[in-house]
Write a protein that binds this ligand. Structure first.
Ligand code: F6P
Length: 543
């Protein structure tokens, strides 16, 4: 932690004063004063072009934000992460997802162990396994090749795999079926398997801890389904593999650890899609394309590690999030991909951003005294425009938005892609510049309707553009947001790598389960609301 608390840092105080001026400025003026702004306030790295000119900032704002990053020791803490120092202080762990995508031959030694060599050992085993599955060499219990992959996991052991599969579906083995089961709601597993034959199905049980109730419940039911269909416990060995850091528990479940792909406690669940947790992704797109994805992650890592702060994409995006959250009081950030394959990207980002930065105390345990992680949310492209964009355009809340577009579609069809892309630019334009009362009047609008049609504008956007969605670009895009989260968390002085807040609910649920399942009326000792709800539930269950 820097010696000075965030609010006392000179740059923070300067930003507070500066905000009072900027708040009154409109993007229309800022663009009018500086005709080259749109070409100037942009940056490019790892195949991603970021236009951040339509933000409520001036050069002075940027200077102050960069000063804030320096005073908050973003560079030092970034270097500590890259050196494997235990920056996840509440769990006493290194934070080394960046090692997952270091190229073969690179080395990073932590506690005397070269973690990059470990990573590549696992990647090689994954590649061998993926080849055997894809080629049909790996046979199920009855001798049939595997054609269906079901990933069973939750949180980071689900959202990354499902997002990456959807994002890279274009590149996937189309003769195979991929399903993802996360919810302990039985419907999830039942629907995911109802049209599959166990003979051709492989379950990948993905759980860092191998102790997550939802995943183990689903995995046990999946095992019953396989054994029920194939008539033998021996089938488990050919139809289940595990991805975990916990060999002991994998063995207890009955999966041969020869069929386990490991990772390490220095990989956070929400930072794990490029570890063995990505096994389903690798089977879907093949090891070579998986390597391309890792190269994209690494390219963005290198940019984050080496580029000056003022040209550093993740730093800029992180600083802008702080600017709106802490100085304008923005509560949320929208992320809208104009690419159907990225439909699960906002859901993926929700865990990455909110489980990381939804914290109320600093790393030294002191209540922060300022807002931390904003709510991230979003939907693909034009669908959102016909639903909630109204609020972003004319509502009373300020919602900064990231719009993600591509030069090429993976499925060319008439002029669909140009129509889609026109919306990226039009939305950013409308949000920034709006429509004045004079303009609305000049269109002959009836006076009583004029106020309803005025578009205030001055609503900030980042526009991210890439040539087309490839494994490499997906890696770069995810790493961009990972490091933006890091930048924000470092400024707020919080531990972005723990998640203690999810524990209490889990413990209470474990206590409540027997009260719901027991035959006899339980003696309830909760608060009166929980007691009444449990009684009512039991009545509903019995009718
Ligand atoms: O409940 C939160 C969490 O611990 C996440 O951080 C994690 O991604 C998820 O549960 C799943 O955990 P595991 O991979 O250990 O099953």
């Amino acid at each position: 932690m820097p010696a000075t608390r965030l609010r006392d840092r000179p740059a923070w105080q300067a930003l507070a004063g500066h905000h009072a001026q900027i708040e009154r400025r409109h993007l229309r003026e800022l663009f009018a004063e500086d005709p080259g702004r749109g070409e100037r306030l942009c940056a490019e790295a790892a195949g991603l072009y970021l236009d951040y000119s339509k933000n409520r900032i001036t050069d002075e704002t940027l200077d102050l934000l960069v000063r804030l990053a320096r005073e908050s020791e973003v560079e030092q803490r970034r270097d500590m992460m890259f050196a494997g120092k235990p920056i996840n202080t509440s769990e006493h762990r290194s934070v080394l997802h960046i090692a997952l995508r270091m190229p073969k031959g690179a080395s990073l030694t932590v506690d005397g162990v070269d973690v990059v060599a470990q990573v590549h050992d696992v990647l090689d085993r994954m590649a061998d396994f993926a080849h055997r599955i894809r080629s049909g060499e790996w046979k199920g219990h009855t001798g049939r090749p595997i054609r269906n992959i079901v990933n069973v996991g939750i949180g980071g052991s689900d959202l990354g795999p499902v997002m990456a599969y959807e994002a890279l579906r274009h590149y996937s083995a189309r003769d195979m079926t991929f399903r993802f089961v996360s919810n302990v709601d039985s419907t999830d597993l039942v629907e995911a398997t109802r049209d599959l034959s166990a003979e051709e199905t492989l379950f990948i049980v993905s759980s860092k801890t191998f102790g997550t109730l939802e995943t183990l419940t689903n995995a046990h039911s999946a095992r019953d389904w396989v054994v029920g269909q194939l008539g033998s416990e021996e089938a488990v060995a050919r139809h289940f593999v595990a991805v975990s850091t916990n060999a002991e528990r994998v063995r207890e479940f009955g999966i041969d650890t020869a069929n386990m792909f490991g990772f390490w406690d220095w990989v956070g669940g929400r930072y794990s899609m490029d570890s063995a947790i990505g096994l389903s992704t690798m089977i879907a797109i093949g090891p070579e394309r998986f390597a391309d994805m890792l190269a994209g992650f690494h390219a963005m890592d290198e940019h984050f590690r080496t580029a000056p702060l003022s040209e550093n994409l993740p730093v800029l995006m992180g600083l802008l999030a702080v600017w709106y959250g802490n100085f304008f009081g923005a509560q949320s950030i929208g992320v809208m991909p104009y690419e159907q394959y990225l439909k699960r990207f906002p859901a993926y980002l929700q865990q990455l951003t909110m489980e990381s930065n939804g914290k109320r105390v600093t790393v030294d345990g002191v209540p922060v005294g300022y807002d931390t992680g904003p709510v991230y949310w979003g939907e693909p492209g034009t669908n959102g425009q016909h639903s909630f964009y109204q609020l972003i355009h004319q509502g009373t809340r300020l919602i900064p938005v990231d719009l993600i577009g591509f030069g090429k579609t993976l499925n060319p069809l008439g002029d669909h892609h140009d129509i889609l892309s026109s919306n990226v630019f039009a939305q950013a334009q409308a949000l920034a510049f709006g429509r004045t009362e004079e303009e609305v009047r000049a269109e002959g609008t009836p006076p009583d309707v004029v106020p309803h049609r005025v578009m205030p504008g001055n609503r900030p956007t980042n526009v991210l553009l890439a040539e087309k969605l490839t494994p490499r670009i997906l890696g770069a895009l995810v790493a961009l947001y990972e490091h933006s989260v890091f930048t924000q968390g470092t400024i707020w002085g919080i531990d972005s790598f723990d998640q203690w807040g999810v524990e209490l609910g889990k413990q209470l649920a474990v206590r409540i389960i027997p009260e719901l399942t027991g035959e006899t009326e339980p003696r309830l000792t909760h608060d009166s609301s929980t007691n009444a709800l449990i009684r009512h539930y039991r009545r509903l269950k019995q009718t």
